[in-house]
Design a protein. Structure first.
Length: 99
């Protein structure tokens, strides 16, 4: 398995005011190469939700950029090679991570 991710897209009381991702579970691989734990990540954003009357939300360009930026971190986390804390998540050039 490649991994799983959760999306928490809309604002609510007590939630961060900014977008962020969290690596909930990292990949764990046995000595024989068997995957023991599938990575799980979570992305939190505060994108506009639909209005109470059901009118869909329209995302501003900045919201779209933020979504894809954070989603890139999710894909990096789920596709990173390695075992647990020895993954290549933080071992890449900064320009790649925060492009």
């Amino acid at each position: 398995r490649m991994g799983h991710f959760y999306l928490d897209m809309h604002p609510r009381d007590g939630k961060y005011n900014h977008a962020a991702i969290f690596h909930l579970l990292k990949r764990v691989i046995a000595a024989d190469g068997t995957q023991l734990q599938t990575p799980v990540d979570c992305m939190l954003c505060n994108l506009p939700g639909p209005s109470p009357d059901g009118t869909p939300a329209c995302l501003r360009h900045d919201d779209v950029v933020t979504f894809f930026h954070e989603f890139g971190h999710i894909m990096h986390g789920l596709c990173a090679e390695g075992h647990a804390n020895q993954t290549r998540l933080a071992k890449c050039p900064r320009d790649f991570v925060e492009a």
